[in-house]
Write a protein that binds this ligand. Structure first.
Ligand SMILES: Cc1ncc(COP(=O)(O)O)c(C=O)c1O
Length: 431
């Protein structure tokens, strides 16, 4: 696919003053919560952190919640009958309840704490996939998938003798709905689709896609790793069977994340990992499994990280996910038309504000994305250069790598100007 140029739709024409007047988010106050944003880099330059699709920074509320556990009542969960263990267990299970409410899960027992989205998808690929995908079945993914939602299905398909069907995108970087419908109509055991593309920022119409897939009898998994941190995600509204996300992309620590699944499906699934905590009773010759969600949480959970995730959910809930998303779109509205005016730039993916998040992937003619990122680094600007774990997508776009800027609730218009200045500098250096 060639890069999409020209059509910038409703993006053009919004100036910084108009944006600054938007009272919806007090970014200054938010920034004060993030200790790392005070630091300087590159010999005294202000840190401009625009690699949020890779991981987010952490507010002191999350750091404090975790610090308090370690300093005041650290003890293994579920096992102790003493006060510290009970307090920590209550916080851990409380975090589960917060996560459940955040994604509007009907029951907190349907929220399984995982290390990250990758682990959640692998859990489903093993514990559901091994028993439900048979020779000749069709597994449908898209070309937008992160490797985490591509390779597990590719490997499962190869093992089971199933077919992996990959839905394409159009010239605007949007999933081809016509192709999706046609392929689902041919039969689908599983549809595993990203909610939001980490490579292009595209938001898929997951509710409609899920309805189409469910009507055809498919099980549906939504990879919401780039959605839960940036938009309102409601599992009941989407209507899917499984949904995964990672805590570290939403202000929480690495090691936290969740798989949500419907009770009736989770109950029928075999465990993923065996060991402590996930059992009900073990005898020499047989074992029975614990109830949900613990059946899928073998061994000592990353309970402090999960408590951090609960604090992150509290933080984002207080800000409001609609406002987080709107703020990111304001930044895109400012920076995207300005990028598109630059000669020699190719912006991949949607050029409009419609159905997208604050991810902008681009290439500068004659400059390798890694060189772009290195020059940006000297300006204090952190972006990601590479294939973003999207190699099939990169092949589809006809490039090996892009430079990707990704925004979050603490980014500002001033930082967008630093980004634009860094682009100009890179072009001057390589002119
Ligand atoms: C869309 C998407 N899915 C899955 C993942 C995997 O996330 P993690 O590495 O936290 O498991 C990512 C990470 O960038 C992602 O962007």
């Amino acid at each position: 696919m060639s890069a999409v140029k020209g059509d910038v739709g409703g993006v053009v024409g919004r100036g910084p003053r108009e944006l600054a007047a938007d009272p919806s988010l007090d970014v200054g106050r938010i920034r004060a919560d993030f200790p790392v944003l005070r630091r300087t880099v590159a010999g005294g330059k202000r840190l401009v952190y625009l690699d949020n699709a890779a991981t987010s920074q952490k507010p002191h509320q999350v750091l404090d919640a975790m610090d308090t556990v370690y300093r005041e009542h650290n003890a293994n969960i579920h096992r102790g009958v003493y006060e510290m263990s009970e307090v920590t267990t209550a916080l851990f299970e409380g975090a589960r309840g917060r996560v459940a409410a955040f994604i509007n899960a009907p029951h907190s027992r349907e929220v399984i704490f995982c290390r990250n989205a990758t682990e959640g998808i692998n859990l489903v690929a093993y514990a559901w996939g091994r028993d439900n995908v048979k020779r000749g079945d069709r597994l449908i993914v898209s070309i937008l998938e992160h490797h985490s939602n591509f390779v597990p299905w590719q490997q499962l398909a190869a093992e089971a003798g199933a077919e992996l069907v990959v839905i394409d995108i159009d010239e605007g970087g949007r999933l081809r709905r016509d192709q999706f419908e046609a392929e689902v109509a041919k039969g689908a055991r599983l549809v595993a689709i990203t909610h939001t593309s980490n490579g292009l920022g595209t938001v898929n119409p997951v509710k409609e896609l899920t309805a189409i897939a469910k009507a055809a009898g498919a099980t549906v998994l939504i990879d919401a790793a780039q959605a839960v941190p940036h938009t309102v995600v409601d599992v009941q509204d989407i209507g899917c069977d499984f949904l995964v996300f990672s805590g570290h992309k939403m202000l929480a620590p690495p090691g936290s994340g969740a798989l949500w699944g419907r009770t009736e499906i989770l109950e029928r699934m075999r465990p993923f990992l065996y060991g402590g905590d996930m059992i009900s009773r073990v005898a020499v010759d047989t074992t029975t499994w614990n109830e949900l969600p613990w059946k899928f949480e073998a061994g000592t959970s990353a309970y402090v990280d999960a408590i951090g995730l609960g604090a992150a959910v509290d933080y984002l809930t207080a800000v409001g996910m609609e406002r987080v998303h709107a703020h990111e779109l304001e930044l895109v509205a400012y920076v995207l038309p300005r990028l598109l005016e630059i000669p020699g730039i190719v912006v991949y993916g949607p050029h409009t504000l419609e159905a997208r998040v604050g991810v902008i992937s681009f290439g500068l003619e004659g400059i390798h994305p890694h060189d772009v990122a290195t020059i940006f680094d000297r300006e204090g600007v952190c972006v990601r250069a590479g294939h973003h774990c999207n190699q099939p997508l990169m092949t589809r776009l006809g490039c090996v790598a892009t430079t990707r800027a990704s925004f979050y609730l603490y980014n500002t218009i001033e930082e967008c100007d630093v980004l634009l200045g860094a682009v100009a500098k890179a072009q001057r250096i390589f002119a």
